[in-house]
Design a protein. Structure first.
Length: 300
C-alpha cells in the first residue's frame, strides 16, 4: 500500500468516525466539545508518564481517553444542573483540566520533555511510518485502529438510532415515554471523546476538530433529515480527505491544513448555495418578495 493511499485512507476513516457523530453534536449545539477534549487530555498524558515512566502510544491514548471522558462527563454534569449553559460549562471544565496538566508537567514531569505533537497530537504525514504486524503483514497502525472506531460508532448508531434521534429533536417527549436524554447524551459524548483521542494520535487535533464540526455544519445547511445529514457529512469528509491530499501534494503544503481548508470551502459553498438556507437563496427570495410587493402596489 502506497504512502499516499495510507494517508487518504486514514483521513477518510477519521472523516467517517467523526461524520457519524458530528451531526448529533451540531444538532445538540455541542460542537465545541471536541476542542475541549483536545485541551483536557493533557493531565492523562502526564499521569501516564508519572505512573509508568513511558510515552508509548497505547498507554498515552488510554490515559488521554480517560481524561477526555472525565471532561465530557463533567461538562454534561454542569449543564444538567440548569445553572450553567453548555458553552460556559465547556469554558469552565477544559481550562481547569488543562491547567492541571500544566501543573503536573512543571511539578512532576519537568524533565520528561513531553511533546504533545509526538504523543497524542499526531501528524497525518507520519501515518505510513507507524506500522503494526497483523498476521505477518505489516500495515499502518492507523488503519485497523480507526477502522475499529468506525465499527464501534456504526454499532452505536445502529443500536440507538431512534433513541438518539428522539432525544436530539424532542428531549422532553423522550423523557415522558421513558427514555433518558441525559444518559444518551453522556453516552454520545463519551463516544466523541474516545473517537477524538484515538484519532488525535493518527492525524492531529486540528484535523479531528475540523472533521467533527465543519462537514456536519455544511451538511446541516443542505439536508433536511438526520440520515441524509449523516451520509452527506461522511461524504464531505471523504471529499475533504481526497481533495485536500491532492492539493497538499500539488502545493507542497501541510496535508492536514489542506484537508481542513477543503472542508471549510465546502461549508462556504453550502452557506452560499444551499437551496433553502443559503445566502443566494435568501437574496433571491427577498428580490421576489419585493417584486411581488411592487406588483401588488402597481395593481392597486
Amino acid at each position: 500500500m502506497s504512502d499516499g493511499l495510507v494517508i487518504v485512507l486514514t483521513a477518510g476513516l477519521v472523516a467517517t468516525a467523526c461524520g457519524l457523530l458530528g451531526p448529533l453534536l451540531v444538532l445538540r449545539r455541542q460542537a465545541l466539545m471536541s476542542d475541549a477534549v483536545a485541551h483536557a487530555v493533557l493531565p492523562g498524558i502526564v499521569l501516564v508518564f508519572i505512573l509508568f515512566a513511558t510515552r508509548a502510544p497505547l498507554p498515552v491514548i488510554v490515559g488521554a481517553a480517560a481524561f477526555g471522558v472525565i471532561c465530557v462527563l463533567a461538562i454534561d454534569a454542569l449543564r444538567a444542573t440548569g445553572l450553567v449553559r453548555v458553552d460556559a460549562a465547556i469554558g469552565i471544565v477544559f481550562p481547569a483540566l488543562f491547567a492541571l496538566g500544566v501543573i503536573g508537567i512543571s511539578s512532576f514531569a519537568s524533565g520528561a520533555h513531553i511533546d504533545l505533537d509526538a504523543t497524542v497530537y499526531g501528524e497525518i504525514a507520519f501515518a505510513p511510518f507507524r506500522t503494526v504486524d497483523i498476521l505477518g503483514i505489516e500495515v499502518a497502525r492507523s488503519i485497523p485502529l480507526l477502522g475499529a472506531v468506525v465499527a464501534v460508532n456504526v454499532g452505536l448508531l445502529a443500536l440507538l438510532w431512534k433513541e438518539l434521534k428522539l432525544t436530539t429533536f424532542d428531549p422532553e417527549f423522550a423523557r415522558t415515554i421513558g427514555f433518558s436524554p441525559r444518559l444518551l447524551s453522556r453516552l454520545l459524548l463519551v463516544a466523541v471523546a474516545v473517537t477524538a483521542v484515538i484519532a488525535f494520535e493518527s492525524v492531529g487535533a486540528i484535523l479531528v476538530v475540523t472533521m467533527l464540526i465543519v462537514p456536519a455544519a455544511a451538511s446541516y445547511l443542505i439536508a433536511q433529515r438526520l440520515l441524509p445529514l449523516v451520509v452527506l457529512t461522511v461524504a464531505i469528509g471523504w471529499l475533504s480527505a481526497l481533495a485536500g491530499f491532492e492539493s497538499a501534494r500539488a502545493l507542497d503544503a501541510s496535508i492536514a491544513g489542506a484537508m481542513g481548508l477543503v472542508a471549510s470551502a465546502c461549508f462556504v459553498v453550502a452557506l452560499l448555495a444551499s437551496p433553502r438556507y443559503g445566502v443566494l437563496a435568501r437574496v433571491l427570495q427577498r428580490r421576489r418578495s419585493r417584486a411581488a410587493i411592487r406588483r401588488a402596489i402597481a395593481d392597486a
